[in-house]
Design a protein around this ligand. Sequence first.
Ligand code: ATP
Length: 267
Amino acid sequence: MAGEDVIISVRGVRNAFGEQVVHEGLDLDVRRGEILGVVGGSGTGKSVLMRSIIGLQTPDTGSIEVFGEPMIGRTDAETVDVRRRWGVLFQGGALFSTLTVAENVEVPLREYYPALGETLLDEIASYKIVMAGLPRDAAPKFPSELSGGMKKRAGLARSLALDPELLFLDEPTAGLDPIGAAAFDALIRSLKETLGLTVFLITHDLDTLYAICDRVAVLADRKVVAVGTIPELLALDHPWIREYFNGPRGRAAAGAAEREDAGQPGA
Ligand SMILES: Nc1ncnc2c1ncn2[C@@H]1O[C@H](COP(=O)(O)OP(=O)(O)OP(=O)(O)O)[C@@H](O)[C@H]1O
């Protein structure tokens, strides 16, 4: 694979909190244009990995490159040109509760493009809100006036504000009902296809893995123990992977995906 096709390169990363070592010798590549699902048991360090890549957590050792730029040990000013090329949807949406949906979407725009006028800001915000599948009249609403699914979409609209090439999504379908989760998956897939996005997606949701992920990275034993397509992972003999994909939920998700492929209604 050519080097330029790797958008995120993580090598030999170690993260520890006091005595607790979360990652040790962790390597991972994310390829341009793929949706990479990141799975692993609770506490295996999926969010810490994402936070390390986006610069919110500094690993003890190792290297991280995004778009070919080293990220560790550099100041915010030095990485601003890389950071403006990505969008992040944190767990739960992480919206500012005192700002409207439109104002939330405008936050990164004001930060990175302070010269933009109010009219243009409003127009861009409204465009992103519709792009994230919200009605236009969601713009003046406050987060407390939105359902869980709408909050996720508002967070997604904000993560799309800067026209990113790369999206980080931390458990985007957690807390959504199955229909809402499937609709959100479809939205991510269609945004990826229309905008050519690369997506780093942390999830516990097996349906999401089957529905939209091109490859899946598995965190266990403090590192990425495997990365590949689901059929490739199913061929491996790792106990957590076997249990995850072959447990009752894994089998149900696989069955639903097969029915979907065959054009039959879901479970
Ligand atoms: N700032 C912090 N200070 C101390 N410990 C932390 C900190 N952030 C994370 N940890 C610990 O690191 C470990 C990994 O946390 P992380 O949130 O990345 O797990 P996760 O794989 O995303 O889990 P989940 O699936 O439950 O969300 C946990 O044991 C957590 O308690």
